[in-house]
Each structure stands twice: as C-alpha cells, then as structure tokens.
Design a protein around this ligand. Structure first.
Ligand SMILES: N[C@@H](CCC(=O)N[C@@H](CS)C(=O)NCC(=O)O)C(=O)O
Length: 261
C-alpha cells in the first residue's frame, strides 16, 4: 500500500492552517505530524532541516516530492493552476508579513513581551549559529535562517514595533476593504464560479483577524461578513482546525505531548 502524504504542521500556525484547509477542501487523505515550533523549536532540528531547509511549517511529504510552501500545498490539494485573478489574490496575500501583524500587536500592547520576545529571538539566533557550527553540511542554511532572525530582532525593536504594528494593521484593514469591494456584487466565492485557493488563504486571513483582535472590523463590512459566515460553515473549516482565538490549553497540551497530530 502507498504511504499517505505526511503533513508536518503546528496546530496554531497560520501557514499550517492554510495547508490543512486546502487538504480538507481537496479531500486529500494525509497523516499529520506535530512540530513544536514554539518551545522545542522542532523546525530547527537537523532531521527536519534536511526535509525543509527553510525551517518552517508546513511541509507536505508526497511519495515523489516534497512541498515546503503553503501556497504550493494549497495548489496541489485543490489540483489548481491559478488563473490571473486567483494569482493576483494569492500574490497580495503572500506579500503580507502576517507575523508582523500578530506579534507586532502583542508587542505594541504588552511592555513585558516587548522585553522578552527580542531576548528570545536573540537566543534562537545564537542557537541557529550553534547548529551551524555542529552541522557543517547544513551550515549555510542555518546561517541564512540566523539572518532572518537578525531581521526580526530589528523589526521588533521596542521603539520600532509600535509603528510597525500600526502600519500592518492599516494594511490589513485595506485588504478587508478590498475584499468587501469584490464581494459586494454578491458572489459566493472570491473568484467565481468555484471555491478555490484564493478562498483558502483569505479564509485563514480572516480567522487571523479575529485572533489578532481585529474581528470587529468584519461585521462593519456586510459582504465580507456574509462571506466569512459562509466560509466558516463549510465542513472544511472544522476539519482543518482553524483557530480564531488562542487555545492556551491546547497550545500547552501539544507541547507537553497531548493532542498531537
Ligand atoms: N512561506 C512559508 C512560510 C511558512 C512560515 O513562516 N511558517 C511559520 C509558522 S506560521 C513558521 O514555521 N515559523 C517558525 C519560524 O519562523 O521559526 C509558507 O507559506 O509555507
């Protein structure tokens, strides 16, 4: 028997949710492997890095290839070659650094986090450089990842982060306006006639708006509110375990070893 596709993912992770939602919509049977990206930093362990040198989740391992970008996983799952309109929606979505919105808002509001998170990022950067020294075959990918963390440290620098959070919030609201305008003609999906990859990524984006405390902006846009209700009512939404709020118990449960997969 052929092995099932294997999805390495983290329940709370934005891009993992995109992969899970697309796999659910596409009816792709798969097995899930939990990666603890927050505490154990499983994404940086050499065995995982050999699968995904970008050191991120999700990764989908297929019999004949490996997909390490959520966009590729979504297109694979929905068997889609995006048309021009879908591609434009995907480019818009993937051009936005969602973690700067999520973390920027936490840091802008929480002075303790403003001190702790940059320290944690600096520790992770040092650990990446230590991995580079211990694993010469992977040194260049570890060094490249350390450079990404150096960038994060400066982006989340206490003086800069409040401005950054405000900028990302304004951009996110702009996206919601754009969605509202498009959906205003009553269409059921972003690019008619059928549900597609654009719906997958923008559904997860709306879930993240709720998660990040911007959920009240959705009902202010009636067409968007209608669309958001319809997307949440699809069976895929529950099947894919899309988070609209923080599940502290589940986050901790996953880390200490319960509720994996
Ligand atoms: N371009 C990648 C981005 C994936 C990504 O950034 N994943 C985050 C979780 S939502 C991650 O793995 N972060 C861990 C880290 O940066 O160390 C994709 O679309 O799959």
């Amino acid at each position: 028997m052929l092995a099932l596709p294997r999805l390495y993912h983290t329940p709370s992770s934005y891009y993992s949710m995109i992969a899970r939602l697309a796999l659910a919509e596409g009816g792709v049977a798969h097995e899930r492997v939990f990666v603890d990206i927050h505490f154990r930093l499983g994404q940086q362990q050499p065995d995982y890095v050999r699968i995904n040198p970008g050191m991120t989740v999700p990764t989908l391992v297929l019999a004949d290839r490996l997909l390490d970008q959520s966009r590729d996983i979504a297109e694979f799952a929905l068997k889609a070659t995006p048309d021009t309109e879908t591609k434009a929606w995907l480019d818009l979505h993937y051009g936005f650094p969602i973690e700067e919105l999520t973390f920027g808002r936490i840091l802008a509001r929480n002075p303790v986090a403003r001190i702790m998170i940059p320290k944690r990022l600096a520790a992770i950067r040092r650990q990446l450089l230590a991995h580079a020294a211990r694993n010469p075959d992977l040194a260049s990918v570890y060094e490249a990842r350390a450079a990404v963390f150096a960038h994060r440290i400066s982006a989340f620098e206490p003086d800069a982060v409040i401005r950054l959070a405000e900028r990302r919030r304004a951009e996110a609201l702009g996206f919601m306006d754009r969605l509202e305008q498009t959906l205003g003609d009553g269409r059921a999906v972003l690019v008619p006639p059928a549900y597609g990859v654009a719906d997958v990524v923008w559904t997860v984006f709306l879930a993240r708006m709720e998660f990040a405390g911007l959920g009240a902006e959705i009902p202010r846009r009636p067409a968007l509110a209608r669309y958001w209700r319809a997307m949440q009512a699809r069976p895929s939404f529950a099947a894919a375990d899309i988070w609209t709020k923080l599940h502290v118990g589940r986050l901790i449960g996953g880390i200490v070893g319960f509720g994996r997969g």
